[in-house]
Ligand binder design. Structure first.
Ligand SMILES: [Zn+2]
Length: 311
């Protein structure tokens, strides 16, 4: 089991890495009494056939992240009940029968199991009455301990953002950069500036998305790329917390993560209101971080006024 203790650069209690990046999330660590459920295919086998089943699953079923928190096998009376894979449609029945081949099994059926990992050991035990879950520690602590940043590279990106803002020389301005990481190196893909216009489609985040879209459209015409979503894998650096509209546009664009310097209340769509980007029920989630580095924040304060309700 992974240790719950802080690694030296991780402040688990406050969700801060390197004293510089603060995780922004809804942060409700209270587990509901009744978990959300996930339908999965299961079958019953004799205990002596467990090994064969496990090897069949290894060969034929992808290692699905959505069932990692569940124990694969559980003993019920003289039988073993096993999760085969998440359920998508009844059509999968034939394919699954083929996968199981000569294995002797019974009751190939769909049951509901807890969809998510629980936040506490206590809830894990409670939910395990539905289907046994594994407990590896608080999922967000696991995430914080595992997420990797080259913090000096992040600092360079934030300083680049501030340099661009300085060149604009307008105390109402905001700047957004889209970047991509390849083999550990982050390169800027586009820089978008808002020089103070309040009109929403001129917000710097909207302009950045537009700039990526235009480039994409050009490349598609030349037959170079065919990306599913415009901003998949993009890392967004922006001076101000994006407004609700811009935050939602980032959700639709399926970015990887967003880092901003200045929270904007009440118009911001992340920590200031809906936590868009970390909200269950939308079709995409991404990491949200607020930059806490003092020298960069004081530089930002010297460059801008706090005059606008949203960016
Ligand atoms: Zn906006």
């Amino acid at each position: 089991m992974k240790s719950e203790e802080d690694q030296s650069h991780v402040d688990l209690r406050n969700g801060i890495l390197y004293g510089t990046l603060k995780q922004i999330r809804i942060g409700d660590d209270t587990d509901p009494e009744v978990p959300k459920l996930l339908p999965v295919w299961v079958c019953s086998i004799r205990p002596k056939d467990s090994k064969l089943l496990i090897s069949l699953l290894k060969q034929n079923c992808e290692d699905d992240a959505s069932i990692k928190h569940l124990k694969r096998l559980t003993k019920i009376g003289d039988y073993i009940k096993a999760i085969i894979c998440p359920f998508e449609s009844e059509h999968e029945r034939t394919e699954i029968s083929n996968t199981l081949g000569n294995l002797q099994y019974e009751n190939l059926e769909v049951i509901n199991v807890p969809r998510n990992q629980a936040n506490t050991k206590e809830t894990t035990l409670k939910w395990s009455t539905i289907w046994p879950l594994t407990w590896k520690g608080n999922p967000n602590h696991q995430f914080l301990n595992s997420v990797i940043f080259d913090i000096e590279q992040e600092r360079q990106m934030v300083n680049e953002l501030l340099n661009r803002l300085e060149k604009v020389n307008n105390r109402q301005a905001s700047v957004t950069m889209m970047a991509k990481e390849v083999n550990g190196t982050i390169t800027i893909q586009c820089v978008a500036v808002n020089t103070g216009e309040c009109y929403p489609s001129n917000h710097s985040v909207m302009r950045a998305i537009d700039s990526i879209a235009q480039r994409e459209s050009k490349q598609r015409k030349q037959g170079i790329t065919e990306r599913g979503y415009l901003c998949t894998d993009m890392i967004v650096y922006t001076t101000h917390e994006p407004c609700v509209m811009c935050s939602m546009a980032l959700v639709h664009s399926r970015i990887l993560r967003c880092t901003y310097l200045k929270p904007v209340s009440p118009g911001g769509g992340m920590e200031s209101s809906y936590f868009l980007g970390d909200l269950d029920g939308l079709n995409w989630k991404f990491q949200i971080w607020r930059w806490l580095g003092e020298s960069e924040l004081s530089k930002l304060d010297n460059l801008i006024d706090n005059a606008r309700a949203e960016y």
